[in-house]
Design a protein. Sequence first.
Length: 440
Amino acid sequence: MLSRLMLSLVVIACLAFPTTAITAPLTLPDAIALAVDGHPDLRAAEAALGVARADSTYAGTAAFNPALEIRASSGGQSLGSGTESVLEFGVSQELELGGKRGARRVVAAARSRTSAAEWDAQRLAIESRVRAEFEHALFMQERVRSLDELAELDRPVVRATQARVRDGLVTPVTGRLTELDGLRIEVQVRRARSDFRQAILGLAQAMGRELADSTRLAGELAPDSLQAPEDSVIAVALRRRGEGAVLRGQMNERRAELDLAQREGRPNLTVGAGLSRERRSFAGEDFSGDPAIVGGIDGVSATDNLWTARISLPLPFWQKNQAGQARATAEIARSQATYDRYSIQLRLDILAAIRQFEDATALYHMYLDRSPRVRQDLGLVRGAYTDGRIALDSYLTQKGRLVDTLLAEIEAGDAYWDARGRLEAAAGLGLAQLNTEAAR
């Protein structure tokens, strides 16, 4: 509980002050937690997920958009001097048929699931990249420490040589040669510190936040080998990589969109109801010549109120949304082709990463097996020269070979952690977890 509280305080401090240095050594779990919390890519994925959820809510709402109709006409009669007018009021509503609203719900739900898969894929990708960058930076930090030890062990030799120059036991030229040989290690130290600084920048980019140059990492370097067959690694990657889930979700979207397009091709009915008010009037002179009317008539008017109901169906209803159906079918084919390309490319990437990692592992372990003996021999050679048991030329020759071996070990370690990071990124899992899951 206390460690969680401390991590929460670190997260809050980093969010409030992005450039603040992390005073405590940064561990891999803390780096992943800081990266996931507030990463720009995850915030963008969360925004897209919110849009998809809003669309899903809207898709389940019944369409209610009645249309109000008003029509009026007025004019004279052709057989008299009176007038005639018509005033109509009506309301109509289109009814969705064929399960269109349900199909839209299915499409919106599929898009929400795809957006959730995209968010999860972003999180997994961030964790994988942070893990690879952290392990590489941790090795760079260890490389700086190892080279510092070599430089520190070489300084007494330089001081002993300078003392012999003052005593006249060796020439000044020989003393300068010793200093230049020590300078070689100092140059390696400076390069290692520069590489470590770049590694911290790479880790900061993976985490989505700034890290100070003074940031130090905590953890153990555990060089390991791949203990699973290639096909098992590929199967685990296809199952665990988030990109595959996203592509499968997109294929489900396309199928749902095809079903919607087919349903959109079915016609909708429009129903309506209205009131029609008709008014007619006749003048008196229209009846004055009629012998049946005694004394004539001044005029007459009549009003009729008629209730109307109507149903309309679009024609031709069998050719609707043909383009939408054709596009949805083509999108399914494209999504399937994209997934097939992803599967093939993932297999090739993993095979290439496995081969590179196996070669780097074999070379690195070869140096690691000899490293303790080389370091012990280096100490013995320095002690022999300091005590005067061997000459400077012999010391420089033996020391050069031993140091070259240690520098080659460091280069092999650099290649190993690069290859390991590539394999872990391709598989989407750390090496230990990959070995465990592939062995099941």
